[in-house]
Write a protein that binds this ligand. Structure first.
Ligand code: SF4
Length: 490
């Protein structure tokens, strides 16, 4: 595949929300780019479309490689990795960022690089800038020439226009103009920089490896390289890290109450990651426990919709006392084989990815536990497969509240009218899916499961939950300008 081609979208995973990016950076270790490649591999679940790495070596300057496809298929080549020398490197994996869906070019693949009078800098961004279009218009009017369609490129141009003396200060300047959600890793010739937006919507953690330091979207990226977890970068914090002087912490933004993305707990993050000192796996299991308390049913078997429904199904089975079983088996090896399917194969749809364990299902009243319902297309097909296999009843239990609003903070969601829960009540969705019952965890139940004992604080929510509540912690100004109707204040 040439650098300018884009692989087709994965044909069978179109009914999930998709995290759009993972970011990773290392300073102070030999061949830092190799560590970044491994870190990006661990973060591949956050974006499979493309990846990129930038490194710096005093004798060879900045070098970069950006490729479509999986990290393992690109950044394992010794020949390629030898072009990325140095003890400082950052990287990015992406699904796709705002403004470029369906037409991604290699120039949209991060990290982005800018040459300034005081030296070069590269940045990689996870999140979405909600005023990017307004910023882009302003910057273009003032002479900036954009190379990509990505919202993240605004940061580089804002840095170029800043009058500050050094790159971290220019980055502070730039990010103060930016609205929305951003976790950023950046690098200069000597510094690794990490920043989280004032609400801390997207994750970023700090790790230590030998004499070096690591920044990663999730702790699973630290584990793969044998780095120790140090702490989360705090909402609104910037860290400037050098091999010689360690970590300097700066607070460039006005302090605000944090609003971390609650969906990271439900689905996006890997179950073996730690968020806020809580195991993601354990939180998901607890979501299943809450779900069983809130939505009991008489049944013979609890099955996860693999793989993301598994911990919640384990929790549901434990709390309800209903036996747990793998009623649906995922084919782990189908992805690459059918990457460009024929129409006939495409019509097989979900059966290529999931198969029913008939011997277990037959004659049983089955509780199916899934993480979310987005369009409902996959849920309908799974229900048909379970009934075809001879199940007596099918009951869906969903480990998140109804997804009724789009995300504008770095997660790919369909337009509002395509979200099943935006147009139908719970009973209507049950009838549409053709199942015996359909129940979602409540927002309060979800908050309890993530450790908020008294549930959601309605006046001042502890998390971002806009895709469930319609209450956006940062106004999505570009979308409002285009006619998006926000929920009326109650
Ligand atoms: S809208 Fe939903 S998916 Fe997006 S950041 Fe908020 S909680 Fe996460």
């Amino acid at each position: 595949m040439s650098d300018t081609q884009m692989p087709p979208a994965h044909p069978f995973d179109d009914d999930k929300l998709k995290e759009e990016c993972g970011i990773f950076g290392v300073v102070g270790v030999t061949d830092a780019a190799n560590f970044v490649a491994l870190g990006l591999h661990a973060l591949q679940h956050r974006g499979q479309e493309a990846g990129g790495i930038v490194s710096y070596h005093p004798d060879h300057g900045f070098n970069s490689a950006r490729r479509f496809g999986y990290v393992r298929d690109n950044f394992t080549s010794q020949k390629l990795m030898e072009t990325l020398p140095g003890e400082l490197a950052i990287g990015h994996v992406r699904y796709s960022t705002a403004g470029s869906k369906g037409q991604t070019q290699i120039r949209d693949v991060q990290p982005f690089f800018g040459e300034f009078s005081m030296g070069g800098a590269a940045i990689a961004h996870n999140g979405n800038i909600t005023n990017a279009e307004a910023l882009r218009r302003e910057l273009i009017e003032r002479g900036s020439i954009f190379q990509s369609s990505s919202d993240s490129e605004c940061i580089i141009h804002l840095m170029a226009r800043s009058l500050q003396r050094n790159i971290p200060e220019r980055m502070e300047d730039a990010l103060r103009r930016v609205e929305g959600a951003f976790s950023v890793v950046a690098m200069t010739r000597t510094k690794l920089i990490g920043v989280r937006d004032p609400l801390g919507v997207r994750p970023l953690v700090l790790g230590k490896i030998g004499d070096g330091w690591v920044l990663s979207s999730e702790t699973c990226g630290l584990d793969i390289i044998g780095a120790d977890y140090v702490r989360e970068i705090e909402p609104g914090e910037m860290v400037v890290i050098t091999a010689e002087h360690g970590v300097e912490s700066i607070r460039p933004f006005r302090p605000q109450k944090s609003r971390f993305c609650i969906f990271e707990h439900v689905y996006f993050s890997r179950p073996d990651s730690i968020i806020g000192d809580r195991s993601v796996y354990e939180t998901r299991r607890q979501i299943g426990v809450e779900l069983a308390r809130e939505t009991p049913i008489e049944a013979d078997l609890v099955c996860p919709v693999p793989d993301s429904g598994t911990p919640a199904a384990i929790g549901y089975a434990h709390e309800s006392g209903i036996p747990y079983g793998m009623g649906i088996i995922r084919n782990q090896y189908m992805g690459r084989t059918f990457i460009e399917p024929t129409e006939q194969i495409r019509n097989m749809g979900v059966r290529l990815k999931l198969n029913v364990n008939r011997a277990l299902i037959k004659g049983k009243r089955v509780v199916l536990v899934d993480d979310s319902v987005v369009r409902g297309t996959t849920s309908r097909k799974i229900k048909e497969m379970i009934l075809d296999a001879g199940a007596a009843e099918v009951h869906f239990r969903i480990a998140s509240p109804p997804t009724a609003w789009p995300c504008f903070y770095g997660v790919d969601t369909p337009q509002r009218e395509k979200l099943l829960a935006a147009t139908m009540s719970e009973d209507e969705m049950r009838d549409h899916l053709g199942v015996d019952s359909l129940k979602f965890i409540s927002l309060d139940g979800l908050y309890r499961a993530v450790g908020e004992a008294s549930g959601r604080d309605a006046k001042s929510p502890q998390y971002c939950d806009a895709c469930f509540s319609g209450e956006y912690p940062v106004k999505p100004s570009d979308m409002v300008e285009k006619g998006f109707q926000m929920k009326a204040a109650e």
